[in-house]
Design a protein around this ligand. Structure first.
Ligand code: ZN
Length: 148
């Protein structure tokens, strides 16, 4: 399968996100914390979120994983800032739909994260892409509950 110019651009963005992730590290103060794993690939993600006035005001992730899981976590952390848990839950649903179907009408609400839509061509990697997003929705809607 030949890569189109668009695919190449997406690939460059994904590699850059994975190599220079945003919000990578740990927070000194946080309200939510969760560790999630994707056993089929070996991805491990640790996510911390701090909330203020009902919105996410800081977020950080750490752990190890493949390029797609790391890029996706970086893109996710950027998108959930300043959003409410309800908004994030909706965004995570849209993102999961996008990754599974390859396109959704409201993909533009995902901002830069929409570059990951090409993952739908690789069903085995879908969990890599959705891991961080589902972790965020889970920890924000089931307060205090961790995966461990
Ligand atoms: Zn992975």
């Amino acid at each position: 399968m030949a890569l189109t110019k668009l695919d190449q651009m997406y690939r460059a963005v994904i590699l850059d996100e994975a190599q220079h992730p945003r919000h990578h590290g740990v927070l000194a103060d946080f309200d939510h914390e969760i560790t999630v794993r994707n056993p089929s690939c070996g991805d491990v993600l640790h996510l911390q979120i701090s909330e203020k006035d009902g919105r996410v005001n800081d977020v950080a992730f750490s752990g190890n994983g493949c390029t797609i899981s790391q890029a996706s976590a970086s893109l996710m952390t950027d998108q959930i800032l300043d959003k409410t848990p309800a908004e994030i839950e909706q965004m995570v649903e849209t993102f999961s739909d996008l990754i599974i179907k390859g396109d959704v009408p409201d993909a533009d609400r995902l901002g830069d994260a929409a570059v990951l839509k090409g993952v739908h061509q690789f069903p085995a990697r879908i969990k890599c892409a959705t891991l961080a997003w589902k972790a965020a929705a889970q920890v924000l809607t089931e307060k205090g509950k961790t995966d461990d």
